[in-house]
Design a protein around this ligand. Structure first.
Ligand code: A2P
Length: 340
């Protein structure tokens, strides 16, 4: 796709046909991201497809080393093994890669960035900038304004994660298995490890037999500490997959260094970037996936004192955020905008 703007970067999306890839295209278009050329890459299976961008049908190419020649910004969302293979190639050819996989997130020389929290970390990049885990982004973006004002010393995260986090095939499995269940047909799950319709299950990543935490929980814990710059922060997480298509919810309970009130939390979050308060006690209207889906901000509500801590240092609240947008594509494009 040529637009003739020679000063603007050549942008590539690796994994363009995936659930996040499609949203990357949408974010670039919606946010008027300046680019002189957009290259769309996926696996060989997708060659022959086109995807719409700014009124044109852009062909999808197989991701190859040669195709990365001349790319300035690479937005990668094609899984860890593809990132491990191709992100260093793109960097060696002069690109900066914003990588949505977990391949490089905990590398010491790779910034892990939520632009509302640690945009300054981008400057230290050596070619790769990591986009954090979706559940981590959605959990901690609303916590940052609170943490800055009254340091959080202990945090308990319980997630209710949508199908979208496991990709387009998992979203299709949720839809198809729900239809089959309602029709009384048998359905054999092939993408996720358990029946998904009218069910929920512990996150579909491997459980470490030593710690008892699954990989998703470990990512959320470690990435929270890295992004906040708090390596010793006391964090625990329980990650659960729920039968929702695309927005994650999270229950957050945290203890601060000093006493804290729900009113203070509301004040800290009012007008905070990337966050919107939805907390209508009278109408019992709080953050829901259906309202967060397709929206940029993370919705925050159920803001209340945690009564299990009589010292008054603790708050409980509930958030919902679009896993494909702020949890993935939007955050990556926000990072890329900082590179312009
Ligand atoms: P394809 O559609 O051709 O399989 P999701 O997270 O929704 O499952 O999407 C994964 C994305 O990563 C898709 O765009 C998929 O392309 C792409 N992908 C998967 N494996 C590879 C690979 N080996 N090389 C390039 N792209 C890949």
């Amino acid at each position: 796709m040529q637009s003739g703007r020679s000063a603007a970067p050549v942008v590539a999306i690796a994994g363009a046909t995936g659930a996040v890839g499609i949203e990357l295209l949408g974010c670039l278009e919606r946010r008027n991201f300046p680019l002189s050329e957009l290259r769309l890459f996926a696996s060989a299976r997708s060659v022959g497809k086109t995807l719409p961008f700014r009124g044109q049908a852009v062909p999808v190419q197989e991701l190859t080393e040669k195709g990365l020649e001349g790319v300035n910004i690479g937005l990668f969302s094609a899984g860890s093994s593809t990132s491990k293979k191709f992100a260093p190639v793109a960097v060696s050819k002069g690109a900066v890669v914003v990588d949505n996989s977990s391949a490089f997130r905990m590398n010491g020389d790779v910034p892990l960035v939520v632009p509302e929290i640690n945009p300054g970390a981008i400057r230290a990049h050596q070619g790769i900038i990591a986009n954090p885990n979706c559940a981590a982004i959605i959990s901690i973006t609303p916590l940052w304004p609170i943490h800055r004002a009254n340091r959080i010393r202990r945090l308990i995260i319980s997630t209710y994660q949508a199908a979208s986090g496991a990709g387009a095939a998992a979203m299709a499995e949720l839809s198809e298995s729900t239809r089959a269940y309602l029709d009384g047909r048998e359905y054999r799950n092939t993408v996720l490890p358990h029946p998904y319709a009218f069910n929920l299950f512990s996150h579909n990543t491997t459980v470490d037999p030593v710690t008892g935490y699954n990989e998703e929980e470990t990512k959320v814990i470690q990435e929270t500490r890295k992004i906040f710059g708090e390596p010793e922060m006391r964090v625990s997480a329980t990650c659960v997959r729920v039968p929702v298509l695309r927005a994650h919810c999270v229950s957050l309970t945290f203890e601060c260094e000093r006493p804290i009130s729900p009113a203070f939390v509301r004040d800290s979050l009012a007008g905070a970037p990337g966050v919107k308060i939805v907390d209508d006690v009278e109408k019992n209207y709080f953050p829901m996936p259906k309202d967060a889906s397709g929206q940029d901000p993370i919705l925050v509500g159920r803001i209340r004192q945690d009564v299990s801590d009589p010292s008054g240092h603790s708050i409980a609240m509930f958030v919902a955020g679009d896993q494909l947008l702020k949890g993935a594509a939007l955050n990556a494009v926000q990072i890329a905008e900082q590179l312009l």
